[in-house]
Design a protein around this ligand. Sequence first.
Ligand SMILES: CC(C)(COP(=O)(O)OP(=O)(O)OC[C@H]1O[C@@H](n2cnc3c(N)ncnc32)[C@H](O)[C@@H]1OP(=O)(O)O)[C@@H](O)C(=O)NCCC(=O)NCCS
Length: 273
Amino acid sequence: MAATDGPPVVKLGPEDAMAGLVLSTEARWNQTEEDWRIFLRDGVVFGIRTGVLLVATAALLPYSGNNAWVSMVLVTSGHRRRGLATRLVGACLDTARRNGLTSWLDATADGVAVYGPLGFTPTMQLRRLKLAKPSQAPAPAPPAATLDALRARDRRATGFDRSALLTAFAGRSGSRIAATRGAMALIRDGRTARHIGPLFADNAAEALALVHAIARSETGPLLIDAVAPQAAFLEGLTASGWTIERPFQRMRLGPASAGAEEMPFAVAGPEFG
Ligand SMILES: CC(C)(COP(=O)(O)OP(=O)(O)OC[C@H]1O[C@@H](n2cnc3c(N)ncnc32)[C@H](O)[C@@H]1OP(=O)(O)O)[C@@H](O)C(=O)NCCC(=O)NCCS
């Protein structure tokens, strides 16, 4: 089928949050309805329907400094390999180009095959890790840090101002910002597991100490998207019961913006960067 054939690409609205969640749940992703609402409110989400059924999506979330994150590229299993993802990411890229934005994404192995031909090139690698059962009897939570402190540290590490995103995360009932010595992280609810990230620290030992303190205070499964070049951190996680679930390849299309002053230990999530 030619790339332009088939049902049209449409722009989705807030009323599509649940239909989006059905797609991310089919892919066994961890997003919640609240996550979908961030993309639908602060970004542009494109979709393809057959009849009333939403069968494919892709989102573009603008960040500061002419950057944007592409994510939620999902095609229901019965509609794959018909060019739907290519068309939807193409719609995101048209929007990015019109607005002079550099596009970034964190790709699954299947996603890399779609994004390479569209011009994305690899930057760094991430690893999604899971801790199935953190603690027997939860210990007290590590000390809290302020949203302002997290926003400032996030800006240093990413080069983006992500105040809107971090404020939305921090405002959820299950969220907390934890800090020990030179390390700081946000913990939020997910569909199947709580998610740690972003996580910043002065060194790997402090990053690990904070993750261990968080894990001791949690009772359910945890996920973290670790930055692969932080090798000592990754090794420390796998040595303490965390298992690697999958790699993600960070990719970029457009000029790199300067501004990142420190490397995070874990990102906010592949869908947010
Ligand atoms: C990855 C995904 C979005 C691709 O959607 P799609 O509509 O099937 O992709 P397209 O039809 O546009 O594929 C374009 C090209 O990418 C490559 N490609 C797509 N899926 C592939 C796969 N599973 N394995 C190898 N190559 C693949 C092929 O070269 C394909 O062209 P071809 O079919 O002519 O050979 C879909 O498989 C999916 O939803 N997977 C689960 C969620 C996911 O991983 N999303 C990506 C997040 S980064």
